[in-house]
Design a protein around this ligand. Structure first.
Ligand SMILES: [Zn+2]
Length: 248
């Protein structure tokens, strides 16, 4: 009897742990709003009016960044202060087609020299697209459907973790290829470089937790060729070895 109760408690505990992962922060709406208002208040009081002056009439980003909406991926992992520096488009699975207009705006109107497509390790959108998502809402299904093509090369072999990472990379490569077709002329003229990278918060590449690992530059995926690409010429050899990664 004692054993049975222990089992019930253990199962309940484990189930709650599974639910707890990826289900939000468990705060009430009022607590959540309080956090936001307080955070913003801190920002207001720590920034002088002169901080806002340079960008009151226009924005000056040097990168159009398309990344996943995942809460674990944030601009501050790339720049301490991303304000007025990054034009950011986010959706589940860092996809071009579902936000094409916004990306056009960054590339064609704001003329950012870099279009960075940033996927990430343990991407829930990629995982969902690998499985059965028929029970999701129509809107979610529509967005996930676009991940089917990049993931179609997955033959379902090997352990799940490595398939998952491989599919994150496939998706980044696929998005880069799409960007190269959308912005072919700009890339040809050297006015735009499309960079594909994976933000790695599990240290899957062994390059450090939180590393942005560059795996694709204008469709080039060979690490040695990426290191020779002119876009990387301002990086030291040491840094290149740290940030340029091979596909899994
Ligand atoms: Zn994701």
């Amino acid at each position: 009897m004692k054993k049975a109760w222990f089992l019930v408690v253990a199962i309940l505990f484990l189930t709650s742990q599974v639910w707890a992962s990826g289900k939000g922060a468990h705060v009430s709406p009022s607590e959540a709003l309080k956090k936001l208002v307080e955070g913003n208040n801190e920002f207001v009081s720590s920034h002088d009016p002169s901080y806002f002056e340079p960008y009151q009439t226009s924005q000056h980003p040097f990168v159009t960044l398309i990344t996943c909406s995942d809460a674990r991926v944030h601009m501050t992992a790339l720049l301490k202060d991303p304000i007025d520096k990054m034009f950011v488009i986010r959706n589940i699975g860092n996809q071009l087609v579902v936000s094409h207009g916004s990306i056009d705006y960054g590339v064609l109107h704001l003329h950012t020299p870099i279009l960075l497509i940033l996927g990430h390790t343990h991407c829930g959108a990629v995982k969902a697209a690998m499985g059965d998502y028929r029970k999701e809402t129509e809107a979610i299904r529509n967005e996930l459907d676009h991940l089917h093509l990049p993931l179609s090369a997955d033959k379902g072999e090997g352990d799940f973790e490595s398939r998952w990472l491989k599919n994150v990379e496939r998706n980044v490569d696929w998005q880069v290829a799409q960007a190269l077709s959308f912005y072919h002329d700009l890339v040809q003229k050297g006015e735009l470089v499309v960079v594909g990278a994976v933000y790695d918060f599990i240290n899957a590449y062994g390059k450090g937790y939180g590393r942005m690992v560059i795996i694709n530059v204008n469709g080039v995926t060979c690490p040695d060729a990426i290191k020779k690409h002119p876009v990387t010429r301002k990086l030291s050899e040491k840094i290149k070895n740290l940030v340029v990664g091979a596909h899994h």
